[in-house]
Design a protein around this ligand. Structure first.
Ligand code: A2P
Length: 280
């Protein structure tokens, strides 16, 4: 990977730009509009949002104001937990498209696996709606988020299309090895949400020491580390200097020794969310 325009290739041949611009916790309104527009101006070609972020309209305005042709951009959104099911997912998709002001999505994800007694059934019905939207070419690729191997195994028993992406929390100290190994085996690309551990990793002394070997910030070290692990990072920022800084991940290479040190780090913080035990 040498630039923001370089891509990972999904199983169905779709090319996905190698760093996505995250928008979780980006406030709706001017902040989202301006940060998305600025990110695209600085070269990002991949924007990641979700219905539950409640900023899709503003993200859509930012995309439009960038004046970059739609086909040069890769836009992802996600169906929220309360919209699970066949008809509800189809309706949620229409709303997402209309809020974003787009006529297709590049990637649509089930945001969290449904859990509880009917979890498996709801995941399957949602997935059936995804397959229909994919067949109708209203989405170029379909996937999941926060799925562990047991959620994927259950879904894949009846799926016509195997998910092309699994977007999970992934950063130093939280590599979800079992999930990553399962996804690799099935050619499911891993995307990293909160590659900076929602910012909690940035003051870590060990990471700071390693970052100093390259004269880079810890944020850039984490972004580059994802890429060298063949994982697609989705760093979020609303600060222009950081949005720009996070694009400078292509002019250095982390040594195998430093990769090994980071890959072996114990848990040092993150969101604390567990897909199987959550109250939302
Ligand atoms: P902000 O949006 O205020 O600029 P993650 O992507 O892991 O969820 O992390 C996002 C958090 O990290 C946000 O609080 C964001 O702050 C902060 N952040 C993003 N990029 C950088 C950077 N290059 N340096 C310092 N903090 C950053």
């Amino acid at each position: 990977m040498n630039s923001l325009k370089d891509t990972f290739r999904l199983r169905n041949g779709i090319q996905i730009p190698c760093i996505g611009f995250g928008t979780w916790q980006t406030p709706d309104g001017r902040v989202a509009e301006e940060s998305v527009r600025f990110a695209i101006e600085k070269g990002y070609r991949h924007i990641d949002t979700a219905a539950i972020y409640e900023n899709e309209k503003s993200v859509g305005i930012g995309i439009k104001n960038s004046n970059v042709p739609r086909k040069e951009l890769f836009i992802t959104s996600k169906v929220w937990n309360t919209e699970k099911g066949y008809d509800t997912t189809l309706r949620a998709f229409d709303k997402t498209l209309s809020d974003l002001g787009l006529d297709y999505l590049d990637l649509y994800l089930i945001h969290w696996p449904a859990i509880g007694n009917d979890g498996e059934k709801y995941n399957k019905e949602t997935w059936r709606a995804f397959e229909r939207l994919y067949e109708e070419k209203r989405i170029k690729a379909i996937g999941v988020s926060n799925f562990k191997p047991h959620h994927l195994e259950a879904l894949m028993k009846t799926a016509k299309e195997i998910p092309m992406v699994n977007q999970i929390e992934f950063h130093p100290g939280q590599m979800q090895k079992e999930t990553v190994d399962f996804c690799r085996k099935h050619e499911i690309l891993i995307e990293a949400w909160s590659p900076l551990g929602t910012g909690r990793l940035l003051a870590n002394p060990e990471l700071s020491e390693i970052a100093s070997h390259y004269n880079k910030s810890v944020a850039l070290l984490c972004i580059r580390w994802c890429l060298q692990n063949n994982v697609l990072p989705l760093p979020k920022s609303v600060t222009p200097s950081r949005i720009e800084e996070n694009t400078a991940a292509f002019d250095f290479e982390i040594t195998p020794e430093d990769m090994q040190t980071i890959n072996s780090m114990p848990y040092i913080g993150g969101s604390g969310l567990d897909p199987d035990n959550r109250d939302f």
